[in-house]
Design a protein around this ligand. Structure first.
Ligand code: IMP
Ligand code: MG
Length: 181
């Protein structure tokens, strides 16, 4: 199958474009309520980009955007060792920081990132994720804002990828096993 027919690779649509937009509005309103001053929104590359872009437009507070790119060390996922490929360009010391993620799976990536940002002296540090797969959690992550809880399925679209593909789908769907088996 060619990448030109991305739709054919989706077994089931979990969340439509409309449902995702509605969720961004809801979460954006909550964040607006919860914060007063400037908020530093940190997006985790690359998966969180579409969500972060829709979300920040719904936050009626001054927002500063920054990005981090991280990679889990292969073979050592149980230790949660993560390598920073791209670090923040601004200082978070004394700032209200909100990390935006596409999906929390084992929780290892975020548990490491939270530790790093906490050590840099952020005034407050919270997590906003569009999706969570609680069944696979290895590290408990305190998550202030959660879009949707899903079962243990591999999903793609709206930023989430399989081998770097499908990120530009406007909806989120379960990838058909025939693509990776
Ligand atoms: P964790 O450290 O296991 O929580 O990994 C989280 C990261 O794994 C996410 O930021 C995603 O990039 C990736 N990931 C986890 N589950 C999925 C999925 O179902 N589809 C696509 N990417 C996923
Ligand atoms: Mg990611």
């Amino acid at each position: 199958m060619s990448k030109l027919n991305m739709e054919d690779h989706i077994k089931e649509v979990l969340f439509t474009e409309e449902e995702i937009q509605k969720k961004c509005e809801e979460i954006g309103a909550k964040i607006t309520e919860d914060y007063n001053g400037e908020l530093v929104v940190v997006g985790i590359l690359k998966g969180a980009i579409p969500f972060m872009m829709d979300l920040v437009k719904r936050i009626d507070r001054p927002v500063v955007m920054d990005f981090m790119d991280v990679k889990s060390y292969e073979g050592t996922t149980t230790t949660g060792e993560v390598r920073i490929l791209k670090d923040l360009s601004i200082k978070v010391e004394g700032k209200d920081v909100l990390i935006v993620e596409d999906i929390i799976d084992t929780g290892l990536t975020l548990s490491y990132l939270l530790e790093v940002l906490r050590s840099r002296g952020a005034k407050s540090l919270n997590v906003c994720t569009l999706l969570t797969k609680p069944a696979r959690r290895k590290k408990d992550i305190k998550t202030k804002y959660i879009g949707f809880e899903i079962e243990d399925n591999f999903v793609v679209g709206y930023g989430m990828d399989y081998n770097e593909g499908y990120r530009n789908l406007p909806y989120i769907g379960i990838l058909d096993e025939s693509v990776y088996i």
